[in-house]
Design a protein around this ligand. Structure first.
Ligand SMILES: C[S@@+](CC[C@H](N)C(=O)[O-])C[C@H]1O[C@@H](n2cnc3c(N)ncnc32)[C@H](O)[C@@H]1O
Ligand code: SF4
Length: 375
């Protein structure tokens, strides 16, 4: 069981908050697709012996690809990797790219899960974020996806935005749940150093949301998702039972994955490596069969920390039996002792051989995880 992540490093416009690697000119798109197909062939042994359960097109903006470019990539993947019969193939898309004809064509190629970057149903938020779509386009894109036969649809929404009142956020959530979605990814806005948003923050061009307002919005998110049958299963992810993102689950379950394209990460249980975050260097490296990447050998402590973080962020928490099998009975005892004070403060629940966050604990998850970190 393994996954493949493909990073498409192009966007038609850069959003002010985003520091994912992508560039705006599309001039080298065709050249990139050729290089990507070459990388698929060059690295086909990374998952040798493994069946691929999930393929995830992320970015950047995968929906800038033409149907034929996408078709060539998917064909190369099928020719070089063994796919599972119930492969989940997710495609991140921006609303304005999703015409009925495009949707129908990509569905024929085997894409069976869409992650649509709605971000907000309020035009003022979308303008502030420098998105290229408006709220009506966001709404219609979800309806068109359903009409084109997509059943497994996720949308992304951002909260904690400046000028987003609790009432506005509630309207956003209400709108989301009127749509035929099976999954929601919702992130609090983060201020990343290399972004325009960060610069605007330093220049005091807007007033950031307060901590109290962020907490209230997160609480509302938890309530609304629960009431609408898409309860929390990971801190930023909510879904109808059975519609969890299999791809994200595999990251959290430490399964192997291969990352293709600039900036994409790969993991094989012992090492993590990541391609260069620069299209020209990526193209040159693939052309000369001298791929530009960095690699980290994970220490046993790194592996334990990753297990801790990823499992605790989910609703299932840490299963102490598998913890003991993986990291030894002594480490299991240590983690039980380390969470004791959080259990007493009702931030962590320890019962039936599992440790997980309480609802109150989810709000303080970063703080708690830092304290549990192995050094
Ligand atoms: C990198 S984008 C790629 C998908 C697609 N291009 C889009 O914009 O929807 C994936 C998601 O990350 C989230 N994201 C990126 N940067 C963020 C930030 N600074 N704060 C909160 N969410 C962010 C957005 O919700 C976005 O939908
Ligand atoms: S959020 Fe999506 S569309 Fe916006 S810059 Fe990032 S990758 Fe591109």
């Amino acid at each position: 069981m393994s996954g493949i992540y493909i990073h498409i490093p192009f966007c038609s416009q850069k959003c002010n908050y985003c520091d994912f690697y992508s560039i705006v000119p599309l001039a080298r798109k065709a050249e990139f697709v050729k290089a990507l197909i070459k990388e698929i062939i060059l690295r086909k042994d990374y998952l040798s012996g493994e069946i691929v359960d999930t393929i995830y097109f992320g970015g950047g903006t995968p929906s800038v690809l033409s149907v034929s470019e996408l078709s060539n990539i998917i064909e190369a993947l099928a020719a070089n990797f063994q796919h599972s019969k119930d492969l989940e193939m997710t495609f991140e898309a921006n609303p304005e790219d999703l015409s009925i004809s495009y949707l129908k064509e990509i569905k024929k190629l085997g894409i069976n899960r869409l992650s649509i970057g709605v971000q907000s149903f309020r035009d003022s938020d979308l303008l502030f974020m420098k998105r290229t779509h408006n709220s009506l386009e966001a709404l219609n894109s979800v309806l068109r996806a359903t009409e084109s036969g997509f059943e497994n649809i996720s949308i992304d929404l951002i909260y904690g935005l400046p000028n987003l009142s609790l009432n506005d956020w509630e309207l956003n959530l209400k709108q989301a749940f009127q749509l035929p979605i099976k999954h929601l990814s919702s992130y609090h806005l983060t201020y990343e150093k290399q972004t325009l948003l960060y610069k605007q923050l330093l220049q005091k061009k807007f007033t950031p949301s307060t901590e109290d307002s962020s907490i209230a919005q997160f609480e509302l998110l938890m309530d609304y998702t629960q009431q609408n049958n898409l309860p929390y299963y990971e801190i930023s992810n909510f879904s109808i039972e059975g519609y969890y993102s299999k791809h994200n689950l595999s990251y959290w379950q430490q399964k192997k994955y291969l990352g293709l394209g600039p900036s994409a990460h790969s993991y094989n249980g012992r090492t993590r490596e990541w391609n260069v975050s620069n299209l020209l260097k990526y193209l040159e490296g693939i052309k000369t069969r001298n791929r530009v990447f960095e690699k980290e050998i994970l220490s046993p402590i790194d592996i334990e920390n990753e297990f801790l973080i990823t499992n605790l962020r989910t609703k299932w928490g840490i299963d102490l039996i598998s913890y003991s099998e993986k990291f030894g009975a002594l480490n299991k005892q240590k983690i039980i002792k380390d969470v004791e004070s959080f259990v007493n403060q009702e931030l962590v629940i320890y019962q039936q051989n599992t440790i997980k966050f309480s609802r109150k604990g989810i709000l303080l998850s970063d703080f708690i995880l830092e304290k549990l970190f192995r050094l």
